[in-house]
Design a protein around this ligand. Sequence first.
Ligand code: SR1
Ligand code: MG
Length: 420
Amino acid sequence: MTDYRILATATVADYLASHPDLAARLGGTSADWQVRDVADGNLNAVYLIDGPAGGLCLKQALPYVRVAGESWPIDVQRITFEAGQMRRVAPFVGRLTPELFHFDPDQYVIVMEKLAPHVILRQGLIAGRHYPRAATDIADYVAAAAFFTSGLAQKFEASAGDRMLFSCNLALQRISVDLVFTDPYHVCDRNRITPALEPWARALREDVALKRAVARARALYLGKPQSVLHGDLHSGSIMVTSAETRVIDGEFAWVGPSGFDVGNFIAHLVMNWFAKPYHGGNTAVFRALLVIDIMQFWLRFEARFLHHWRGFTGESDLYPLSHFGDSVGQEQLETIRRDYVTDLFADAIRFAACKIIRRIVGFAQIADFLVIEDEQNRAHAQAGALALATSMLKQPGLFRNIADLAAALPQYDHAGLDPP
Ligand code: SR1
Ligand code: MG
């Protein structure tokens, strides 16, 4: 065991040189390597390293929240769960997760393939680019992870193993529980509220029916262990080209309700939709593409999830095939499958709503809105998203399927700054 040392641009090459398998991937010697600090997320240090033979990406967990500084300490063990999440889903999602070359439990470092010329999906969307594969690739990723790591596809002993591993990811679950489900609904120093949205922030704090719906979502997050979640599947955790998609940053991994990742991805497309008029470019065209992405994402997820389930012939304990073998049983099992997916969609709607609210009044806001310099414009875009999100939580009957959600977007576009 070696002492944990925070790496820096100047020391990354020495670290890699001391690991011959990684050095060989770069080629040449450390004097030939270019190291770039590309940290962009909220928590970690990230470097890209190029050598004569290839590139690598090195990520190190810092002992504090990077964007907040040392006043907000956070357990470095989280990188263990990120490596664990990558390894757990890799057999099912293939190239949709980057290849993990190295995990160092002493330095809290992982080294993985360098993704180039990929860009963060969020940045691409803000710049008005469309990635035709992203929504369906993410649907494939989530459907495979949600099915194959669930009790539908494995015996309960394996599910217990997943829970044992990821239930120790406590520091990051504390962040999710606080930032996603709790902080936006009470006065909290971490919240970031645009002055024009103060009436909205107050309304969120005072709306008991809303807080009851959020409490239900929080209880589901903590108490519905369906499958291994990525846990932070927003557009900043996805890297794309027009031909490829990769999911990164699984450090918030948790065994929870499968609708959480589904809802998170939808939420961030929805927020981009509300921000879009202020990003420049052709709003109507880009919004239409976003709506298609939202619809296709869900429909593809549903189709792939059901496909995995219908084709599954392995051993699991939830619905043993021996109980549903005859034609009546088969019919019953199909009803069970449909109900499962319907329930998952309802969860996704409530989680999407919670994600939207936290990104607008809480800590860790998103560039989709923050790039809108004019504060009134930004507040108008955010207020529309807040109005939609509160309806999703308080009137779930209006959002029974993905077409309902798509149809609702324009209705909230000019919601105005005053909460209803
Ligand atoms: C302390 S900041 C934490 C946030 O950053 C990540 O992107 C997650 O969304 C998390 O909630
Ligand atoms: Mg992240």
